[in-house]
Design a protein around this ligand. Sequence first.
Ligand code: PMP
Length: 393
Amino acid sequence: MDIFEKVHSFTAARDAMAAGLYPYFIVLDGHEGAEVRHRGRDLVMCGSNNYLGLTTDPRVKAASRAAIDEFGTSCTGSRFLNGNLELHETLERELAEFCGRQDALVFSTGYQANLGAVSGLAGRGDVVLIDRAAHASAIDAAALSGAKVRTFRHDDPESLRRQLRACPPDAGKLVVVDGVYSMEGDICSLPDLLSVCHEHGARLILDDAHGLGVLADGRGTESHFGLADRVDLLTVTFSKSLASVGGAVIGDADVIHYLRHHARSLIFSASMSPANTAAALAALRVLKEEPWRVDHVHENATYVRDGLRRMGVDVGASSTPILPVPTKDLLDTFGVWKSLLGKGVYVNPVVPPAASYRLRMSFMATHTVDHLDRVLSAFESEFASRPAAVLQA
Ligand code: PMP
C-alpha cells in the first residue's frame, strides 16, 4: 500500500478552492493588529487572539528589535545545551511572579508547553483525563504520554468524577482543562473541578492560553475565581495576549525543575527566539502597567455581543472576548464567511471536527468603536439578506 495514496483522495480543500469558497490560509499583505489588508482592501480583524492589541505596540516592537541587535535572530539550539539566554530566565521570573507562582519554564510554543507538561509528568500506568473541548495540544500531549486517556463531558465535574472513580486506584491521575475555551469562550468551572480532583487525589493542569491577559486584571482563570496558587500547574501561550510566539508552564519550583529535565519538547527543540522572548516580556510589562487594556477588550466584546443580540443573532453564553456565532453546515459557514469578508470583516469559519459549525470572532482592546460598528453593520446586512436562515435567533 502506498502511504501517499490518501494524498490523491483528499479533494475537499481543492473542491472548495475551485468553488471560490476556501477560507483558510488567507494571505494578508498588511497587518496592523485590529486592521489587516487582503488583496488591497482593509478589513477589520475579528479572528485574531491579539486580545490586548500589543503586536503593534511601539514598546513591544522596540524590545523585539533590540533583542535581535543584542542576541541575533536565533539561538540555534535548545535551551538545554546552547540556547538559554538571560532573557528567557527573566521572562520566567516575571511571569511566575505575575501569576503568583514559584517558577516558570518557557517553551518555543504553547503547543510545546502542553506537550512537555503532560507527557513529562504522565506515562504508562497513569491516566490522563481531558475535557472533551480541550485544545488539540492537550489531546496530542496525552496521546504522546503513553498514559491511558479518558475524556469527560465538557466542563462537567460530575462526568469527571465518574471517570476518576473508574480509574485504577493506584494509577497517577492527571486532569487537563482549559481556563477559557477557545471555541465557545466559556470559562471552566474551576472551583468544582478542583474539588473533584482533590477528592480523588488527581492533579490538575489548567491551560490558560485564553485566560492570561483576559481575566482578573490579566492574571487569568485562577485569579478570576480567587483561587490563586491552587491549581497544580498552569500552561500559557505567548501567542495571544502577549503578542509573541512561545509558551510556558508555571507552578511549584520542584515541578518546574523536574520538567526542565524531562520535557522532551523543551530539551529537543530550539529555544524561543530572542525577538519573540523580548516581545513577550515587554508585553507582560505593558499588561502589568496598563490593566485598562483588559477592561477595554471586555467592553469591546460586550459592545458587539449586545449589538448582535439586539439583531436576534445567537451569540452563546460567552463572557470573554471570544464570540461564537452558530451556522448551519459547511456551505453555510463558508458562504457567510465569504460574504462578511466582502463587507470588510475578517472572521474565522470553524467546521467539525474542530467544533460544531460556527463563525468564531474574538475582539481586541485596540478595536475602535468605528471598527465595531463596521462589524455590526456587516452582520446586519448579512442577517437582513438571510431572514430565516443562517444566523439563528
Ligand atoms: N492551548 C490553547 C487553549 C490554545 O488555544 C492554543 C492556541 N490556539 C494553544 C494551547 C497553543 O498555543 P501556541 O499557539 O502557542 O502553540
